[in-house]
Design a protein around this ligand. Structure first.
Ligand SMILES: Cc1cc2nc3c(=O)[nH]c(=O)nc-3n(C[C@H](O)[C@H](O)[C@H](O)COP(=O)(O)OP(=O)(O)OC[C@H]3O[C@@H](n4cnc5c(N)ncnc54)[C@H](O)[C@@H]3O)c2cc1C
Length: 496
């Protein structure tokens, strides 16, 4: 068995970023992907002249992608370009108010004052605090394994822990936002950031207020060509470096001997390697590839993040009041999260998100005079619900809501329609219960409870991606690739 060979299971964003990093360390890297395309959740499709990003739509922290190109000494501009958005999102409220979330802080503060009477100082203070929390605390936790004793005693970690305010752990995000803003509209707007990792703002800790930093201090971005350009750029870079990809290859087992990894079985063929990195959901890795029901059950104990129902609508019309990112808020946000995380019942006034990439590249993602709508509502992770009737239910309530606020008969403009449910999210990407971000962050200690990036019992086995530390979302998956690569450097540096 070659000690310099690594096998990666899955070509999601975390798997590809790990492949790039390990190839640069001198390993021979083989990636086995069950689908016949790279990207996992970060994929796309085209139908009848409309192009849709299938999963993620919001792009933050582009420096994490740039970092990979810098490490590889490759010019990023030949692979990938992006622009900063001037408006992060249009927020529509039930009473007809629309707030433009400008990425320029002064413009945003002015907009909030005009539309909600919120004193401008409240926004400045909030964003200052979220920047401090991110730079002094989060960035350290996001780039280190929290599960190795050596890490916990490293100087930056001790410093980060000392900066951790009790309020960040002991207050919910909603309680924190209620003390920060007078206007309930702004509390709702800043509560929404909990959904960026599939959590409930009424339960998740105030620490999640740092997510606002990414969008409103660092900025929201648009990758030219849509989100699929991220997958394409990472895939091309990995190929250029010599990473080997095998598509349509589902790994059946991880092989071990004397508590160490020896390789994997793919199509009844044994592939040997002393290091295996699973980019597959950690629950299914234990359950299906290691036949380890005890470890799978431990992972299962943690609450899943929310999932989503997505309608991809090709619209026979353009809508000037909409932008790239649009949110139509629920009139009762608390009841909506109650339905998602507690009762699991269908909710008849969901918050609706619409993403339209054709706004930034007119004529590129939809025929002229038309638009590609990615319409999403948050729903519970799959628990055997009847998704066929839920799909009908949500289609109807979404259209009702949009008809009222947009003032048009939305259904009459839908020329093309496709749908993604928690069940199809699970079948396409092997994400347990179709959750978007692995486990939720609804408890104080959620960050520490996420599965480590390495196996405590099987030498040479590592985990990367949304279901493990530091969590879901493209930036966190890219960070987890850096953590895995550092763990491997620490353990095997003598061999490479
Ligand atoms: C609808 C939706 C909206 C989202 N919105 C955003 C957003 O706006 N911004 C954001 O940052 N994030 C968003 N996310 C989350 C983001 O997409 C994920 O966190 C991220 O893409 C997960 O990457 P990953 O590395 O964990 O791998 P995944 O994308 O989960 O890929 C895992 C790969 O492993 C493969 N695999 C599984 N089992 C096997 C096997 N046995 N053998 C071989 N291959 C296997 C799968 O086929 C898949 O390709 C969204 C997700 C969804 C679904």
């Amino acid at each position: 068995m070659s000690s310099k060979k690594v096998i990666i299971i899955g070509a999601g964003v975390g798997g590809m970023a790990t492949a790039i990093r390990l190839k640069l360390l001198g390993y021979n890297v083989d990636v086995f992907e069950k689908n016949d395309y790279p990207g996992g959740k970060l994929s796309h499709f085209e139908t009848n002249g409309f192009r849709f990003d299938a999963g993620p739509s919001l792009f933050t922290s582009p420096h994490l992608i740039e970092e990979l190109f810098t490490l590889a000494n490759e010019p990023i501009a030949s692979y990938f370009t992006y622009e900063k958005l001037s408006v992060a999102c249009n927020y529509f409220y039930d009473d007809g108010v629309c707030i433009k979330a400008y990425t320029n802080k002064d413009a945003f503060a002015k907009e909030l004052q005009q539309k909600t009477n919120e004193p401008t100082k409240n926004l400045y203070q909030y964003l200052y605090n979220s920047s401090t929390a991110y730079n002094q605390i989060a960035v350290i936790f996001l780039r280190h394994s929290l599960h190795t004793i050596q890490t916990l005693f490293k100087a930056p970690i001790i410093k980060a822990i000392s900066k951790l305010k009790l309020a960040y752990l002991f207050k919910s995000l909603n309680d924190y936002n209620e003390t920060a803003f007078r206007s309930p509209k702004l509390v709702q707007l800043f509560n929404r950031f909990a959904t960026y990792n599939g959590s409930n703002p009424y339960k998740a800790p105030a620490m999640l207020s740092l997510i606002a930093h990414l969008e409103h201090n660092e900025g929201a971005f648009y990758p030219k060509g849509g989100m699929i350009s991220i997958t394409n750029a990472l895939y091309r870079l990995a190929l250029k470096l010599g990473v080997q990809f095998s598509f349509g290859k589902s790994v059946q087992n991880i092989l071990t001997q004397n508590n160490c990894v020896t390789g994997v079985m793919v199509d009844n063929d044994q592939q040997n390697a002393a290091i295996v990195v699973s980019n597959m959901d950690v629950y299914f890795t234990y359950k299906n590839l290691l036949n380890d029901s005890t470890s799978a059950a431990k992972v299962k104990k943690q609450e899943r993040s929310s999932s989503a129902l997505i309608f991809y609508w090709g619209m026979n019309k353009t809508f000037p009041m909409l932008d790239l990112h649009n949110i139509f808020f629920s009139g009762d946000y608390k009841a909506e999260f109650d339905a998602i995380f507690n009762t699991g019942l269908p909710f008849n006034d969901p918050t609706v998100y619409i993403n339209i990439t054709n706004k930034l590249e007119p004529g590129e993602h939809a025929p002229l005079g038309k638009e590609n709508w990615f319409v999403m509502v948050n729903v519970p992770a799959n628990n055997g619900q009847d998704w066929t009737s839920l799909e009908q239910f949500y289609r109807q309530v979404i259209i009702q809501k949009l008809n009222k606020i947009i003032g048009e008969n939305i259904a009459s403009f839908i020329a093309v329609s496709e749908v993604l449910t928690p069940v199809t999210i699970e079948s396409k990407t092997a994400s347990y219960m179709g959750s978007l971000y692995g486990t939720s962050s609804n408890s104080r200690m959620a960050a520490f409870m996420r599965h480590p990036n390495y196996s405590k019992t099987t030498g040479g086995l590592y985990f990367v991606g949304g279901s493990v530390h530091p969590g879901g979302g493209i930036p966190l998956c890219l960070s987890s690739a850096a953590i895995v690569s550092n763990l491997i450097i620490d353990k095997y540096k003598h061999n490479i």
